[in-house]
Design a protein around this ligand. Sequence first.
Ligand SMILES: *[C@@H]1O[C@H](CO)[C@@H](O)[C@H](O)[C@H]1NC(C)=O
Ligand SMILES: *[C@@H]1O[C@H](CO)[C@@H](O)[C@H](O)[C@H]1NC(C)=O
Ligand SMILES: *[C@@H]1O[C@H](CO)[C@@H](O)[C@H](O)[C@H]1NC(C)=O
Ligand SMILES: *[C@@H]1O[C@H](CO)[C@@H](O)[C@H](O)[C@H]1NC(C)=O
Length: 340
Amino acid sequence: MWITKFASCLLSLLPTALAAVAYGGVNEGGGSLAPEILPGEFGVTYEFINYTNTQYFLDNGVNIFRITLLLERMCPPATGLGRTFKETYYDEFIDAVNFITNGGGHVIIDPHNYMRYNGSVIGNSSDPHAATTDQFAEFWHEIAKRTRFNPRVVYGIMNEPHDMPTELVFKNDQAAINAIRYAGARQLILEPGNGWTGASDWTQPSCEGCTPNSEVLTKIRDPGHNIAFDMHQYFDIDGSGTHDTCVSTTIGTERLYNATQWLKQNGYEAFLSEFGAGSNQLCFDCVNNVLDFLDENDEWIGWSYWAAGPMWGDYFQSIEPYQGPEFTTTWPNCLKPHLP
Ligand SMILES: *[C@@H]1O[C@H](CO)[C@@H](O)[C@H](O)[C@H]1NC(C)=O
Ligand SMILES: *[C@@H]1O[C@H](CO)[C@@H](O)[C@H](O)[C@H]1NC(C)=O
Ligand SMILES: *[C@@H]1O[C@H](CO)[C@@H](O)[C@H](O)[C@H]1NC(C)=O
Ligand SMILES: *[C@@H]1O[C@H](CO)[C@@H](O)[C@H](O)[C@H]1NC(C)=O
């Protein structure tokens, strides 16, 4: 008995230093800008990364970049969702990926489509215009086939599914996982839930009649045993990330609490792939509390801030080096000190 007690005493002495996250970084949100303009023009409508500024982040300890893409640009509606890519868009995208991974960073591939394609919910069988779950799987199979030998690539299945049956989110997620593994790729996969993949709603219905993520997503199976849940969280009044005021210094950890308990109960891991806040002391404290919380809870393996990337202009949450308003505030005050 005393041995057990002694051992657990020792364990409690091995605290936070061991438990920091493995990944810390930024979203590169330029590739999915102006989604209403199709196909758009590289450097005018959209641009994946600014290479100079990305090098700055690599030089300063950022080890993960979530790069957004738009499915309708990769797979134009003329040919449909699937394995036929528009190769110029793919080349522009993969150049950005390779620049980062050759420089030692990791990249999360992020179809920034909210589980929609060409205006329809992917896999909605009562919508004759909807791309099917199989087509979505084919898209992922093709991406995985092309990138399976790059160990620094992470597959983010989908940005922020919402307002659809959680069971369909699950079905599409599972199909993507199977397709990625069938292609021979073994890298980490990030799996989103319903409700804009929001952590605060994870254990409760995110829409009228929707089953909570916590009840549906426990069914997920990964033949490669390398998945984490993909969660987002903002700290403003409605959790939308559109206001520069935070509710309180503790709102972030409060909103992450229920989902974290669920992760602990089920032995899962998660990645906070979007979070962001305004440039003021209350928000700095809030973001620092969140990053401390992620370090203290082993279930959290990493984070990426929203957002960096070219073409944001003076967007209030932009931390793009030398250009974004938060490059001189949130970046030095919160993010840089918490990089792993
Ligand atoms: C990248 O950002 C730098 C500022 O850091 C700027 O001078 C340069 O013009 C940008 N490059 C492109 C291609 O926009
Ligand atoms: C895309 O949507 C348009 C407008 O609804 C439709 O005419 C077209 O057939 C759709 N394309 C595909 C591939 O579903
Ligand atoms: C699926 O399609 C039907 C028919 O167009 C539509 O009424 C329904 O709202 C769609 N479901 C979702 C979740 O969008
Ligand atoms: C956490 O879950 C409890 C029980 O379901 C709920 O009452 C509470 O509102 C949730 N907390 C947050 C911050 O959403």
